[in-house]
Design a protein around this ligand. Structure first.
Ligand code: F6P
Length: 535
């Protein structure tokens, strides 16, 4: 049995011990890393020692991670505030045994939808489902949040596999986004996918109407060229979308967990159903590992435990995700929704105030670009930012293998430098050896020293293939799940986004100059509205 105060005591007793000292034990890396289906997660460059790991595992055990995991995979309504099951895992295991939710086996529906998506994707790719002006050349996916970030992130990640029409992702209600995407596209050769679970989201519906008008003006055929990803079939019909091109999914798939099903349609058209299936297989492999490996040897659990050690125990408010993989440039944005919309909650399942910090702020950018921007703060800033590095053994550009070797060296150098640091004395000695005077070396030493002892974890994988991307995303999904269970919160609702949506609807009449239809605004908001209306 373990609790947060035990963990805090363990942390307080060891916080000043250098992580490097833990490396004196050559077997440590084996105990603090986990391998699964060709992927390696190394959590040894953290301050977590054997006692802390045992206490973290005990905490996860006591929180009921094992039972909660089974409840999720079995389709029980673990999203208690919305009374829903959480079954995105079923989307990547369509051939699994019967899975009954609310009295109905969901597998046949998953298989049938996947088959319809595949047939449509093949037809679009082959030109057998053309647009009014000929074979589809571009696909515009209109959606936001979970109906955008997953497929957009994956399309960039899997660019080497893109052998279908070009993919574009329109999300922001800012007209600049629509204008920039539509410029240069031929309305008579473009397929539009309106992806919205609810088909009410204001950004998506505004963009959908704008793009539909653009299509009609440019000689496109709405009946032929617009598909929908939604279960709101009455609304899709009212919009003019042929039911044959509407792809729905159950309420047991949350928006930010939805890229494995119809929300992935644009991606499937871009890379083809076979590659899409490989991505599902990668995620299913991670599911199987997560479901069966003991907590202490379980990759998502290990990632979650390191996350909680840093956020809830050590009190580090942010974590950086640093993919040394240019094609994962959208991964930080994707993980911001996955992690912060899931675990940015202040109350427990029972409605009590959370006694520990909620999930941390997640941010990041690809290496090596970040090194020339914000890594200064990671190395010498006063706050500690635990970092999560991602790196492939090889890139797709065999002819540019030397680039990849430089990339790998930089990635490893960063985690090593964060851990090692450089003392004032070492900095001074280096400068003296470089010919600086005693006085100058002493003056500059504090500026050129590094505190070190900054933790990181590294995820290493063979190559960013569809299978590996599936593994990576499922790994992060399950990490969020484990952290949510340990915090005792519901990771699957998102009530925190509602208030802002309501206020936007309320303020629109004021912004439009129909003050009579708007409730009174506070003086700050009213002054801003007035300034903005003056133009
Ligand atoms: O921002 C809240 C949210 O509900 C997300 O969870 C969701 O992914 C997004 O809006 C889009 O919702 P929809 O698919 O219904 O348009």
């Amino acid at each position: 049995m373990s609790d947060w105060s035990t963990l805090r005591a363990l942390h307080a007793a060891t916080r000043d011990r250098p992580i490097l000292a833990l490396m004196d034990d050559p077997a440590r890396v084996g105990r603090f890393s986990v391998q699964a289906d060709g992927m390696l997660l190394d959590a040894s460059k953290t301050g977590i020692d054997d006692a802390a790991l045992a206490a973290l595992v005990a905490l996860a055990d006591a929180a009921g991670v094992g039972a909660a995991r089974e409840a999720m995979f079995a389709g029980r309504p673990i999203n208690a505030t919305e009374g829903r099951a959480v079954l995105h895992t079923a989307l990547r295991d369509p051939a699994g045994p019967p899975l009954v939710v609310a009295g109905e086996d969901v597998r046949p529906g998953i298989t049938a939808t996947l088959a319809r998506m595949s047939a449509f994707a093949e037809a679009v790719r082959a030109g057998a489902h053309p647009a009014a002006g000929g074979p589809v050349r571009d696909v515009v996916n209109i959606g936001i949040g979970g109906s955008d970030l997953g497929p957009a992130m994956a399309a960039a990640a899997l660019a080497p596999y893109g052998d279908g029409p070009r993919l574009h992702f329109l999300s922001n209600v800012d007209g600049a986004h629509a204008a920039d995407i539509l410029r240069g596209l031929d309305p008579a050769r473009t397929l539009v996918i309106v992806a919205s679970k609810t088909f009410t989201t204001i950004e998506t519906m505004t963009n959908a109407e704008t793009v539909r008008d653009w299509l009609v003006r440019g000689g496109g055929d709405v009946g032929l060229q617009v598909a929908a990803v939604s279960s709101a079939t009455e609304r899709t019909a009212r919009f003019g979308i042929d039911p044959a091109r509407v792809f729905g999914f159950g309420d047991w798939v949350g928006g930010r967990y939805s890229m494995w099903g119809p929300v992935g349609l644009a991606l499937m058209i871009g890379i083809g159903p076979a590659r899409f299936a490989e991505m599902l297989a990668g995620a299913a492999a991670m599911d199987a590992h997560f479901r069966t490996a003991p907590l202490a040897r379980n990759m998502p659990v290990m990632l979650a435990l390191s996350g909680m050690w840093h956020a809830q125990v050590a009190g580090h408010a942010t974590r950086a995700v640093l993919p040394y993989d240019q094609r994962l440039s959208r991964l930080p944005a994707y993980l911001q929704q996955l992690e912060m919309e899931s675990n940015g909650k202040g109350v427990t399942m029972a409605g009590a105030r959370l006694g520990v910090a909620s999930g941390p702020v997640v941010w990041g950018a690809p290496g090596t670009n970040g090194q020339h921007a914000f890594h200064q703060l990671l190395h010498q800033g006063t706050q500690i930012v635990p970092a999560e590095f991602l790196i492939a053994a090889r890139g797709h550009e065999a002819e540019l293998a030397h680039h990849h070797r430089i990339l790998v060296a930089n990635c490893l150098a960063q985690s090593e430098a964060l851990m090692r640091g450089r003392s004032d004395a070492e900095a001074e000695a280096l400068m003296r050896r470089a010919g600086l005077s005693e006085a100058e070396a002493r003056r500059l030493a504090p500026h050129r020293a590094f505190p070190g002892n900054r933790p990181s974890v590294t995820l290493a994988y063979p190559q960013l293939t569809p299978f590996v991307l599936g593994q990576i995303v499922a790994l992060y999904e399950h990490r969020v799940f484990v952290e949510g269970v340990c915090l005792g919160i519901n990771s699957f609702d998102q009530w925190g986004v509602e208030l802002g949506k309501e206020r936007a609807v309320a303020l629109l009449p004021l912004v439009e100059g129909r003050a009579e239809a708007a409730p009174a605004a506070d003086p700050s908001t009213a002054a801003l509205v007035e300034f903005l209306r003056r133009g």
